[in-house]
Design a protein around this ligand. Structure first.
Ligand code: NAP
Length: 259
């Protein structure tokens, strides 16, 4: 689809499953070399094996994206194995659901560290590689939850996802001097292992609230990320795209019932 992706080296944080796995597979199918960064080894190695079975190139690096030392080691390992870094997909994230009344300061910090601080850490760690390469790409997986919508139990999550977009605006300006663009994909409800954990009732009610009447597929996010990473998107930076089947469009329950 995008020939410029061939032979590019891409780090996908949280690439072992869910949306990150979808991103990793789509980039590998375009001929990119993919570094999958996650904490759990078993699932990640399964994803590496699946990519290799399709003829793609992938490796795994154990990494906690909330930890600066670990992120630096992940960047070093990627350079050691693949020789360079062209693209960072800062995707790893968690979405525990806890209402404010029960939300503890430690819960808040864990979500902020994993979702928001990690975005800063991963971008910072990749800058020297982008500088050496003379160009680079960063694609952040944000969400509609926080920047656009709200959902009880996800105040900390929403704040972290909105925070990513706040970070993006200034970071994109600073990255421009390294000929590097930074953009975000804002998924709606995408069918992943993480989302499946929320239960069938949640999934059915969500699907019925989406104009296109289905949850998204991980490929829907992967394709948007692929576009931002391509040469065709080289003049787009500091922007975000909503990929949600129209979920944010209805202004009332009646509006969705009219479809
Ligand atoms: P998922 O299926 O639960 O996968 C999460 C991935 O992130 C796993 O690979 C996980 O691996 C990794 N991860 C979690 N904490 C990590 C850490 N501290 N260090 C390194 N890796 C870590 O989740 P998902 O649904 O694909 O979500 C992925 C991203 O999309 C998140 O940023 C989420 O906010 C965003 N998003 C998802 C949806 C949706 O509907 N699914 C909607 C909007 C936005 P380990 O646990 O092994 O580390």
């Amino acid at each position: 689809m995008f020939s410029s992706i061939k032979d590019k080296v891409v780090i996908v944080t949280g690439g072992s499953k869910g949306i990150g796995k979808g991103i990793a597979q789509i980039f590998a199918r375009q001929g990119a070399k993919v570094m999958i960064a996650a904490r759990g080894e078993e699932e990640a190695q399964r994803t590496v094996a699946e990519i290799e079975a399709e003829g793609g190139i992938a490796a795994f690096c154990q990494c906690d994206v909330a930890d600066w030392q670990s992120v630096q080691e992940m960047v070093a390992a990627t350079t050691d194995i693949f020789g360079k870094i062209d693209i960072l997909c800062a995707n790893a994230g968690i979405f525990p659901q806890t209402k404010l009344i029960d939300l503890e300061p430690d819960d808040w910090d864990k979500v902020m560290d994993t979702n928001l601080k990690s975005t800063f850490l991963c971008v910072k760690a990749c800058i020297p590689s982008f500088e050496v390469a003379g160009k680079g790409r960063v694609i952040v997986t944000s969400s509609i939850t926080g920047p656009i919508t709200g959902y009880p139990g996800w105040s900390h999550y929403g704040a972290s996802k909105a925070g990513q977009l706040g970070f993006l605006k200034t970071a994109a300006m600073e990255l421009a001097r390294y000929n590097t663009t930074m953009n975000a994909v804002m998924p709606g409800n995408i069918m992943t292992e993480g989302l499946a954990d929320l239960g069938e009732e949640y999934l059915n009610s969500m699907a019925s609230s989406i104009p296109l009447k289905r949850l998204g597929a991980v490929e829907d996010i992967g394709n948007a990320a692929l576009f931002f990473a391509s040469d065709e998107a080289s003049y787009i930076t500091g922007q975000q795209i909503v990929v949600d089947g129209g979920q944010i469009l209805p202004e009332s329950l009646d509006a969705i019932a009219e479809i």
